[in-house]
Design a protein around this ligand. Sequence first.
Ligand SMILES: [Zn+2]
Length: 73
Amino acid sequence: MGTEGPYIQLRPQGGGREWDCPPANVRPVGTTKRCVECSTIKAEHAEAVAAGDVSRATDCTVLMGRHQRAAHT
Ligand SMILES: [Zn+2]
């Protein structure tokens, strides 16, 4: 994980492309409960990245941002 501009780059645990995440949506690992919806979105994002589907990956990032604001604030 590193920082670049206003975003924090997250890397899927299994490796792969980093994805940009607004810092407000990032929390240290272990401080939040596991969330089924987060896991689902993360899995779909990883799948999209693995498939090289940038558009779908971006959708997942947006979806995750919305979900985080709605469910984790
Ligand atoms: Zn969640």
